[in-house]
Design a protein around this ligand. Structure first.
Ligand code: KG4
Ligand code: ZN
Length: 340
């Protein structure tokens, strides 16, 4: 019988449960928490409470949509970290109890590895071409920005990462300065579509190697706007689309120039992008241009797998299930990234 793996994701503000049959997705339910919008960012205590309310209905729905009973499951995979502790605890405790009750293996999953390995989820029709190794992946989320070399599923090396803010965080903070709603990344993406990306210039960091830095860009963004508003109080309102396009361009340029350099230095042609910011249309367009230029085999994730989802947890669960790499009831959540 083919194994069914249940994935549970609760690291930040999305409660998600998904079922895979082997590597193929059969359900993926995500309950996003609207409660944080009023605060301009995720409020950890509110996130934990919402996970608590959502977890059982979300798992129930994932099983229903998959058309299976909980007794048909072969293993339960859960996000162990990194993330918000109170949020993680809800998923970790639920997964432990569920696996114990069903007497099936429990599998722990690292959230960042899962974003990357989401590329190995087969779609409903079984038509996706899955990536080959070695694979170079740009992981860009709200909390992390990394260039990772994958030699195999669990043979990952972080070649570079941000030394301060993450790419998503930078866009979210820029949006906040502009008075736009949280999360700002998708709003900037939308407004930037009709803006001029070269209207304004913001100072980008140029670190050696493959590391990133975005805090200087954020400061440059703030000071540039403050100066322009001094001479024209309505500058932001009148130039919103150009401002969004310009800050987005600076982030996309920083990300893609490093990735391009890493791909060239390592002679790698299999390139992927993962995480919430990989939904960004300008980033996807730029990567497509680079793929044509350098003859990369580019893997752009389906939009449903860009932001946090449990299907990516379940695919890591499936790979670990195959090798019998199970977790213990005494494994505890971690909030910061482990060394891979
Ligand atoms: O991976 P993710 O869902 O959560 C973390 O693990 O952090 O990423 C969330 C981030 C947020 O910063 C959000 O603004 C950004 O992804 N994001 C986008 C877009 N969609 C989501 N940024 C730019 N353009 C988008 N279309
Ligand atoms: Zn994430």
């Amino acid at each position: 019988m083919k194994p069914y793996i249940l994935g549970i994701e609760s690291s930040c503000d999305d409660t998600s449960a998904a079922v895979l049959c082997e590597n193929r997705i059969v359900s993926n339910v995500i309950a996003s928490q609207a409660v944080h919008a009023a605060y301009g960012g995720v409020v950890p205590e509110l996130a934990s409470r919402a996970h608590q309310q959502n977890i059982i209905p979300v798992v129930d729905m994932a099983l229903k949509q998959a058309g299976i009973d909980k007794k048909d499951l072969s293993a339960v995979a859960f996000t162990r970290g990194p993330g918000l502790l109170g949020s993680l605890l809800v998923g970790v405790s639920f997964a432990k109890a569920f696996a114990l009750g069903l007497k099936i293996p429990l599998i722990e999953v690292d959230h960042l590895q899962a974003h990357i390995l989401s590329h190995f989820i087969q779609n409903e029709e079984g038509t996706r071409t899955l990536p080959q190794f070695p694979l170079l992946c740009l992981t860009v989320s709200g909390g992390h920005t990394q260039i990772v070399l994958l030699r195999d599923f669990f043979d990952m090396e972080i070649l570079g990462k941000t030394i301060d803010d993450a790419a998503g965080e930078t866009l979210d903070k820029a949006a906040k300065i502009l008075g736009l709603p949280y999360p700002g990344g998708p709003v900037i993406d939308k407004l930037a579509k009709t803006g001029n990306p070269h209207a304004l210039h913001f100072a980008e960091a140029h670190l050696p190697g493959y590391d990133f830095s975005f805090s200087g860009l954020k400061t440059s963004f703030l000071y540039t706007l403050q100066k322009l508003v001094q001479t024209d109080a309505d500058f932001v309102a009148h130039n919103l689309n150009d401002i969004c396009a310009s800050i987005q361009e600076a982030v996309v340029h920083s990300l893609t120039s490093k990735l391009e350099r890493a791909a060239r230095d390592l002679h790698i042609k299999n390139i992927a992008v993962a995480g919430g910011v990989s939904a960004n249309s300008a980033l996807r367009n730029r990567l497509t241009e680079l793929a044509n230029k350098h003859r990369w085999t580019l893997h752009l994730p389906e939009l449903r797998f860009t932001t946090d989802n449990a299907a990516m947890i379940a695919i890591v669960g499936y790979q670990k299930y195959l090798s019998g790499n199970f977790a213990s009831q005494s494994d505890i959540a971690y909030t910061r990234q482990k060394n891979q």
